[in-house]
Design a binder for this molecule. Structure first.
Ligand SMILES: *[C@@H]1O[C@H](CO)[C@@H](O)[C@H](O)[C@H]1NC(C)=O
Ligand SMILES: *[C@@H]1O[C@H](CO)[C@@H](O)[C@H](O)[C@H]1NC(C)=O
Ligand SMILES: *[C@@H]1O[C@H](CO)[C@@H](O)[C@H](O)[C@H]1NC(C)=O
Ligand SMILES: *[C@@H]1O[C@H](CO)[C@@H](O)[C@H](O)[C@H]1NC(C)=O
Length: 205
């Protein structure tokens, strides 16, 4: 009976869905937010070797879990309770049980009303409800580092010589001072990703 009650309580509190995060509807430990296409999921996770919790985006329904983005990489949640929410200044913030800020996107916006949502691309965005403008996005805040790029390939990587056909492309707009980096999928499905391993190897999986 006790077990059943616990199960019921866990079921009630571990709601999963694709509702948005806003000031009145935060994301708590145990809850997740899905992208509408069901490919990505946002929530709290603990890496294998620790009880610390991190807010991340991973591929839904894939085991072992592949985390593709981490919010609070250097500021883990060490307590049992935390909420990811929108602060009154429009920034996305991670609060502990004492309502202390563990992590935030750091920017303040004049927006009075905004929400965070996980897009089909896996991009976590904060959108102004009035103007519809994107105020902040996880795609603009990547976690790992990419090597120097030499026209068609990365330089300094063993095995990448003149004959190497790179699946990577960098398009630069010198006037604007911007560049975009992309790669062609080697396999014909959505769950492909590029990762930089702890040994410094860039892999397409
Ligand atoms: C916050 O999100 C919830 C769930 O998506 C929604 O029902 C509610 O109306 C939203 N509240 C505000 C203030 O936008
Ligand atoms: C976590 O453990 C599982 C099962 O042992 C393993 O397959 C997975 O690679 C580990 N994940 C990380 C990030 O080390
Ligand atoms: C998280 O938000 C929920 C709903 O607003 C609230 O009941 C809960 O106390 C909050 N938890 C923390 C750790 O702030
Ligand atoms: C926005 O509000 C949060 C929480 O109140 C605060 O921690 C953060 O410093 C504020 N950001 C700015 C840029 O003022």
């Amino acid at each position: 009976m006790l077990f059943f009650l616990c199960f019921l309580l866990i079921s009630i509190f571990s709601t999963c869905g694709n509702a948005d995060i806003n000031t009145s509807s935060p994301l708590s430990i145990g809850q997740t937010l899905s992208s509408p296409n069901g490919v990505y999921e946002l929530g709290f996770f603990s890496p294998n070797n620790t009880l610390n919790k991190y807010v991340g985006v991973w591929f839904k329904n894939i085991t072992p879990q592949v985390v593709v983005w981490v919010a609070n990489r250097d500021k883990p949640v060490t307590k049992t309770a935390a909420n990811l929410t929108i602060s009154s200044n429009g920034s996305l913030i991670l609060l502990d049980g004492k309502q202390d800020v563990i992590w935030s996107t750091g920017e303040a916006f004049t927006s009075k009303k905004c929400h965070a949502e996980l897009l089909d691309t896996g991009n976590l965005v904060v959108t102004d409800d009035v103007s519809g403008k994107t105020l902040w996005q996880s795609f603009g805040n990547l976690g790992n580092t990419i090597g120097p790029w030499a026209k068609t390939k990365f330089s300094g990587i063993p095995g990448i010589d003149a004959s190497y056909v790179s699946p990577f492309t960098v398009v630069q707009d010198v006037e604007k001072g911007t560049a975009s980096f992309s790669y062609s999928q080697l396999r014909n499905y959505k769950l492909s990703y590029v990762t930089l391993t702890s040994e410094g190897k860039m892999k397409i999986l």
